[in-house]
Design a protein around this ligand. Sequence first.
Ligand code: MG
Ligand code: MG
Length: 272
Amino acid sequence: MIIVKTREEIELMREAALVVSKTLGEIAKAVKPGVTTLELDKLAETCIRDQGAIPGFLGLYDFPNTLCMSPNEQVVHGIPNNTPLVEGDIISIDCGAIKDGFYGDHAYTFAVGEIAPETKKLLQVTKESLYVGIREFKVNNRVGDVGFAIQKYCEDHGYGVVRELVGHGLGRKMHEDPEMPNYGKRGRGKKFIEGMVVAIEPMINLGTQRIKQHRDGWTITTLDKKPSAHFEHDVAIVDGKPELLSTFAYIYDALGITSDEELEFRQQPLVL
Ligand code: MG
Ligand code: MG
């Protein structure tokens, strides 16, 4: 059952999404060779609690930490540890927070120092595919339209689109209906309606789409051990159109990047 949100609820969800956005901005400043994913995890927990929110992943389905930290060939759900990041790594960081009863949930894949050109391209295309998908999240379109758009964009670049893991509705629960696969057929699946809020999150592999689940019950890696990227935004339908609730602006501010990629998905200017 799809739980639509009122305008007031969507504004509360924007606050939750901004807690995560700010937290990822703080993390962006700290992602460097030598830092451990566990150190970044502690930083995120402090940052979330300082904003009057609660880590959204900690304890959810018994997950042990605040952040999912998935380096290199890990796709998602990696557990923070004491291994330092090294130059040339990529690290997919997924962050969730609960504020005023609503979840924020989004993710960004960071480069650690200089990375290989083919990996840089994977990050760029995966992030572009996120916006290609968001553009299809509007009234009267269907779940399959978002999935089709993401799949086509990524497969046209020769990448593998993970099938087993999907985006999702978001609200007072972390995972609400509908499931939002990153693959699909035009015109298929549930129809989008005013007030829906979803997390759209392409998980895209440089090589094969096939993945492997590890014995810890969490970590998922690519079967061919080639890198995987993950970008995620929280999006509502307002006045029939996609309205971004999360932002990468804090990350870009920290990294000195200028970008207008989010502008078309905002009906009001973002106030940082
Ligand atoms: Mg997430
Ligand atoms: Mg998610």
